[in-house]
Design a protein around this ligand. Structure first.
Ligand SMILES: [Zn+2]
Ligand SMILES: [Zn+2]
Length: 445
């Protein structure tokens, strides 16, 4: 357990080491302090040299981005990503042929094939996570960067509030792995041709990832809406809750909960939550666990050969690949579709049980939570494999692949476990937050 009582955040170089500064506990003006959203620790932000970023001395959560970076860099990368995304729709995606029968699919065909098979919800999920959410995110980011520094940019604050919650739902990188797995699965049955649009999609996914790593949300928020300076002082090196302070879930600015009903910077409302957050996480976990049963019992796809439909469940797909000697792909599907969802449900259940406990393992538990939250989206690989195979493998009566009900149930499991992870409040893993349940109601998501 880390029992650091340091009042100052640590400024660490981008590459690792850090220099901690011993803290004072004298009250300071609130606008000079940061409240860690992960462990509720109030810290004074240090002066950062270029290349350094500040992190929480207690839970090691990054409180700021890297100092000295060009504020316009994310905008340039975002524009490049948007241009390449346009190219994805302008060219064919993949080509398929077997025994003289073949066709070429575009990226958009994936949606129409799923809708045609009666799986419109999966088509919406695919379109939203690979193109719509990232596209809107990038366009909004360009707008915010263009207007950063100008006061009263119309709609900037509500837009900035919306963007960060979208980040876990952008899965173009997961989709690429799904396409590659699909190709390896059918490469022995047919000839596959990689076309321009697939290469463009890979570049788009890389540009998107690069854009995400360059954004410094603390600096961007300061440029859009500088933190107000209330005549309120707080003591760094203690929990926010013990001083009736809460961090805004949107812009991270700490504010006095007994005085302000809204965040004074971004205007996000604080509501007393009607249900306990832990209960919400429990409910989502239970639903995901129940849905995991049909996801495994029902076939995720049907292989139709000469009019004969052969169902395949997730486990059967893994065994089939292993039997055919495709061990690496069998391992990828096993990890993404079986190990990750189960370990995620088990880990979140354990964290819910451990919340509000007095054990000294807060930091270790927070780390387990972070890993759980990061890996969850990769379970979507199998859903994307089904979408790509359904679209690509169409050789008339000779051979076709159709989605099965298990795929929809499995997509539901992935989404529910992701929402469950996002609904979990890591501050409950820290004793000084849990010890004072009467001090403040929970924040909403
Ligand atoms: Zn922290
Ligand atoms: Zn705010």
């Amino acid at each position: 357990m880390t029992t650091s009582t340091s009042a100052s955040a640590k400024a660490e170089p981008r590459t690792g080491g850090h220099g901690a500064t011993a803290g004072h506990a004298t009250p300071e003006p609130l606008h000079r302090l940061a409240l860690c959203r992960e462990c509720d620790w109030l810290v004074r932000l240090p002066d950062r040299r270029p290349g350094q970023r500040a992190r929480c001395p207690r839970c090691h959560h990054h409180l700021t981005g890297t100092a000295g970076r060009d504020a316009q860099a994310p905008m340039a990368w975002a524009i490049a990503a948007l241009i390449v995304l346009g190219l994805v729709f302008a060219f064919p995606f993949l080509g398929f042929s077997t025994h003289g029968v073949g066709h070429v699919m575009s990226f958009g065909d994936t949606m129409s094939a799923l809708v045609g098979d009666g799986y419109g919800a999966l088509a919406v999920l695919l379109l939203a996570t690979t193109v719509v959410f990232p596209g809107l995110y990038l366009a909004a980011l360009v707008y915010l960067c263009l207007g950063a520094g100008q006061r009263r940019l119309p709609g900037a604050i509500p837009l900035a509030r919306l963007l960060r919650p979208l980040e876990p739902w952008m899965m173009s990188d997961v989709f690429i792995v799904g396409v590659l797995v699909s190709l390896i699965k059918i490469v022995s049955l047919a000839d596959i041709h990689i076309r321009v649009s697939f290469v463009a999609f890979c570049f788009y996914a890389l540009l998107l990832l690069r854009t995400l790593t360059l954004i410094d949300w603390s600096a961007l928020w300061n440029a859009i809406a500088p933190r107000p300076a209330p005549d309120y002082r707080a003591r760094p090196g203690a929990s926010g809750r013990s001083q009736s302070l809460a961090a805004c879930r949107a812009c991270d600015a700490p504010f006095a909960i007994d005085r302000d009903r809204r965040c004074p910077r971004c205007g996000k409302r604080r509501h007393g939550l009607r249900v306990d957050r832990i209960q919400l996480t429990w409910a989502l976990l239970l639903t995901a666990t129940l849905l995991y049963i049909p996801a495994n019992l029902y076939p995720v796809l049907f292989t139709v050969t000469l009019g004969n439909a052969q169902p395949q469940t997730i486990a059967a797909g893994v065994l089939h690949l292993a039997a055919a000697g495709d061990w690496p792909i069998a391992a990828v599907i096993f990890v993404a579709s079986i190990m990750v969802p189960i370990s995620k449900i088990v880990a979140l259940t354990w964290l819910c049980l451990a919340a509000r406990g007095r054990s000294g393992a807060s930091l270790a538990r927070t780390r387990i939570y972070r890993i759980t939250e990061k890996i969850g989206r990769w379970s979507m690989i199998d859903v994307f494999v089904v979408a790509v195979l359904t679209t690509l493998v169409q050789a008339g009566a000779l051979m076709a692949i159709e989605p099965g009900p298990g795929a929809a149930a499995f997509a539901g499991v992935v989404i529910l476990t992701m929402i469950a992870a996002l609904s979990f409040d890591t501050r409950l893993l820290w004793p000084d937050y849990s010890d004072r349940p009467e001090a403040a109601p929970n924040d909403v998501l």
